[in-house]
Design a protein around this ligand. Structure first.
Ligand code: ATP
Length: 242
């Protein structure tokens, strides 16, 4: 039980994880931990291995080495659905919502994945008013930003303990990016732990407590997000000039 553990125990730890696709070593020796209620950002260039780390954490790939620990339990060998049941839910890159189903049906699928814990649909419509207005529409009729909201809502309806967000701002207009980050702040404020993967390093680090910079499959830098935002090497490589 989490209540009996010291508050400093991380809810999620990734320990020396390697991910390989055949001969491609996409992730090498990656370790980081996330305190309960924290927001950790993984940033880095295209192909640095960010999605592969989330795939290992969510159970979509089996790491070639290393461990994933959730709430003190070694879940490295658990299938993805069991991790969802334990409250670890991924919002995948590219959203992967079902376009022919309505908004409401997509939400119900999300709830079905964690039936005993799921939130009522109405709670999601409060958090995402834009979805309330569109609940009877096929998801394919939504804009890119609305589809991203739906993908996040489909995860949140399962009342996750930890949510893994893979590039939620990808391809969205600046105003929509703002809305997505407002939602991420709300999720975090509700006590849910967040692991945020982003190429938009400035936005991600501005929202996070802690950041890790991935370079060609390895963690090149880690630290308080506010310090990474000022780190000359990070600024030069990932944040550009303002
Ligand atoms: P992006 O932002 O483009 O998604 P990323 O940082 O998330 O990048 P990954 O998608 O994890 O990076 O990719 C890391 C490396 O692994 C890349 O070299 C990529 O080509 C390779 N890779 C990813 N998925 C596979 C796969 N299924 N099979 C083979 N190689 C893969």
């Amino acid at each position: 039980m989490s209540e009996s553990k010291p508050a400093t125990d991380p809810i999620l730890s990734v320990e020396n994880v390697d991910v390989s696709y055949g001969r491609v070593n996409a992730v090498r020796g990656v370790s980081f931990s996330v305190p309960e209620g924290g927001l950790v950002a993984l940033v880095g260039a295209n192909g640095a291995g960010k999605s592969s780390v989330l795939a290992a954490v969510s159970g979509l790939v089996r790491p070639a080495a290393g461990k994933v620990i959730l709430g003190g339990r070694d879940i490295t060998r658990w299938p993805a659905h069991r991790r969802v049941g334990a409250g670890l839910v991924l919002v995948p890159e590219g959203r992967q919502i079902l376009g022919t189903l309505t908004v409401a049906e997509n939400l119900r699928l999300g709830a079905h994945r964690r039936r005993r814990h799921a939130a009522p649909e109405s709670e999601m419509y409060e958090l995402f008013p834009v979805l309330a207005e569109r609940r009877a529409l096929p998801a394919s009729a939504l804009s890119g930003g609305e589809q991203q909201m739906l993908a996040i809502a489909r995860a949140m309806i399962a009342r996750p303990k930890v949510v893994l967000l893979d590039e939620p701002s990808m391809g969205l207009a600046p105003k929509m990016v703002d809305e997505i980050f407002t939602v991420i702040e709300k999720i975090r404020a509700s006590g849910v732990t967040v692991v945020l993967v982003e190429q938009n390093a400035r936005r991600a680090l501005s929202a996070a407590d802690t950041g890790h910079v991935l370079e060609t499959g390895e963690i090149a830098r880690s630290g308080p997000a506010s310090e990474l935002l000022k780190d000359p090497k990070v600024v030069q490589a990932y944040l550009g000039v303002e």
